[in-house]
Design a protein around this ligand. Structure first.
Ligand code: G6P
Length: 613
């Protein structure tokens, strides 16, 4: 949700900033811009992708060792050159890039307009840069103090970087509610600022994750971090675990395909070293340190957005089956604005790939205020959600760059499986033998996914047949109902085909009216307790001339004459079947999107990390 990157040091800033913006483009890609500071302050902005900005600056002066850039996901104002960041103050002295939303921008704008400020964009951000200048002009405050004073007037979320023509030795950055990482360069006085560590990793592995309400001030080659109340903070310098290879496509045409193919590895990484299947024992710090709480809780509430919410739905089945606990699954965006009845013995599990989703963070905050405990399941190390959690477990899927989530989903389901099993052990709702059996089967999943990936060519043929449809229906029952939702979401997100996921039996209460000879119905019918029921649902679709693609277990030849296409996947136990059944659905949506010439990694209107409401 907007990406920001900035550099101050001895190197040329432009190449660093542009490369950084390309890495951050998953956060927004409707327009971008850079500001460069040497003798003067130059700003270049362009609607469209970062590559378009780069092309537009080919013959411009791009020199300067101080610079910042922004890639935008529009909130206030349409995507165009004017609304792209950086924005300039009225005098042209101060420039800003911003990720987040200034919620009280209308009130601030009114006051500034009355004091004669003119606005060149429709953004909330421009208000802030005028405000900073206004504070400077009406006080004796330094630039840094004026930024602090202005931020005190702001309601909302921000990660900002500020450069000033009249203070070329300064770079100021601040955060509240939107992420910001500082890379400490190898040379004295060299600093990198970015929404995440991906633009920084090739220059340094020493980073500081700014905390909410902190402001970083680079002044004459030194950096100091203060609270918004001007108290000096001691930075916690961390070492990055990220490596450059993880951020490249590695020969694949798209990040999404690379990430689909990474799943045998990423699922393995999600459980690696975390249990001993023969003994049925766990080696998970969160389970050990938090075991008393996990024993005492009376209810689980799983929250998330998008694909992470779907993982939560799979979690509902897992926790109910294994740990015999009441479970609710909530959209974070709904939960945060309800008045939920929560108790101290409730555990809220926040699920998130990015760890920065604004709604999930706000829902966690609400849960904590209402005395519940919060457990984070997150992929991005050091992000806000793990920091706000009382305890948690990382999914260890590695960086996910494709906007449509794939490997993060299967990693979330894997970690939720471990947690549900761990809680079953703590609460003695499953025998060690039964736990060990699931663990052993989990260990076999990466190899089975490897097998499922071999379906790729078959799925390409299927994609060719169905690439032109306008609607699709995905059906599943039990553990595979969330998989149907996730399959439909993937198709919608990247190929812009309207798709719905439904519990197979609910189809007859509505969607059945949509079925005709055109409508592909993708039914997850792998071996399960409900298999026969799902076959009856398939019959109902076929009786209305629907076209059925059935995902079935290997060796099942009984549906060949009933359905239009079968996709045979390796068999596993039902509770782990979402991990395998998701794979052909990811591949199907990927290939349909490629055939429709869609931008697979950066689908229109979407962003990977949604840091605004
Ligand atoms: C966005 C992304 C989705 C993701 C959702 C939740 O909509 O495009 O892929 O599932 O946010 O994000 P999170 O990082 O919290 O999992």
């Amino acid at each position: 949700m907007c990406g920001i990157v900035a550099y101050i040091g001895k190197k040329e800033a432009f190449p660093i900033v542009i490369k950084g913006l390309k890495r951050l483009e998953y956060r927004g890609y409707d327009s971008s811009g850079v500001a460069l500071l040497s003798n003067d302050l130059r700003i270049y902005k362009k609607q469209g992708k970062v590559a378009e900005l780069e092309a537009a600056t080919k013959s411009s002066d791009i020199s300067g060792t101080i610079g910042m850039g922004h890639t935008r996901w529009a909130t206030h104002g349409v995507p165009n050159d004017e609304n792209a960041h950086p924005h300039l103050s009225q005098s042209g002295d101060v420039s800003i890039i911003h990720n987040g939303i200034i919620e009280n921008y209308a009130t601030l704008k009114e006051g500034l307009s009355q004091r004669g400020y003119q606005f060149n964009s429709d953004t909330d951000t421009e208000v802030l840069v005028h405000l900073i200048e206004d504070v400077m002009e009406n006080s004796n405050l330094s630039l840094a103090d004026a930024v602090r004073a202005s931020l005190k007037q702001v309601v909302g979320a921000y990660a900002i970087v500020i450069l000033s023509k009249n203070h070329p030795e300064h770079l100021i950055a601040a955060r509240k509610g939107s992420p910001l990482v500082v890379g400490i360069g190898k040379d004295r006085g060299e600093f990198f600022f970015a929404s995440d560590a991906t633009p920084i990793v090739e220059y340094t592995n020493k980073v500081v994750y700014l905390k909410d309400g902190e402001i970083a001030i680079v002044d004459n080659m030194e950096m100091i971090i203060k609270s918004i109340d001007n108290v000096v903070q001691v930075p916690y310098v961390q070492e990055l675990e990220l490596n450059l290879e993880q951020l490249e496509k590695g020969g694949y045409p798209h990040f999404m395909l690379k990430e689909i193919y990474e799943q045998p590895r990423s699922i393995f990484d999600s459980f690696r070293g975390r249990f001993d299947a023969n003994e049925g024992i766990f080696h998970m710090r969160s389970l050990e340190e938090y075991s008393q709480k996990l024993e005492e809780i009376k209810r689980l509430i799983l929250i998330g957005c998008g694909t992470s919410w779907h993982a939560g739905l799979v979690g509902e089945y897992l926790f109910e089956d294994f740990a015999r606990l009441p479970v609710e699954v909530e959209y974070a965006s709904e939960f945060r604005y309800r008045n939920p009845v929560l108790f101290a013995d409730d555990l809220v599990v926040a699920i998130s790939q990015s760890g920065e989703t604004a709604d999930t963070l706000a829902a966690m905050d609400l849960a904590k205020r209402k005395s519940a405990s919060v457990f984070g399941v997150c992929n991005v190390v050091g992000s806000s959600i793990p920091r706000l959690s009382d305890a948690g477990a990382y999914t260890h899927a590695g960086p996910e760059i494709g906007v449509a989530s794939t490997k993060a989903f299967t990693a979330q389901v894997t970690v939720l499986t471990l947690l549900a099993l761990g809680m079953a052990k703590i609460r003695k709702t499953m025998s060690i033998d039964a736990i060990s059996k699931v663990m052993k089967e989990l260990e076999a999943i990466p190899a089975k996914i490897e097998q499922a990936l071999k379906l790729n060519d078959e799925i390409i043929e299927l994609a060719k047949k169905y690439q032109h449809v306008s609607n699709a229906l995905y059906l599943g029952r039990g553990y595979n109902f969330p998989v149907a939702l996730e399959g439909a979401l993937k198709l919608k997100e990247i190929s812009y085909i309207h798709a719905e996921g439904y519990p197979a039996a609910e189809m007859k209460h509505g969607p059945i009216a949509l079925i005709d000879e055109e409508m592909p119905v993708i039914v997850i019918a792998t071996n399960s307790e409900h298999y026969e029921k799902v076959v009856s649902n398939i019959q109902e679709v076929k009786a209305r001339k629907g076209r059925v693609i059935a995902i079935i277990s290997e060796g099942n030849n009984s549906l060949n004459s009933l359905v239009d296409h079968v996709i045979q996947v390796p068999e596993t136990i039902e509770c782990l079947s979402p991990l395998i059944n998701t794979i052909p659905l990811q591949l199907l949506s990927y290939h349909i999107a490629v055939l429709r010439d869609c931008n697979v990694d950066q689908p229109r209107n979407l962003a990977k990390s949604v840091t605004v409401e």
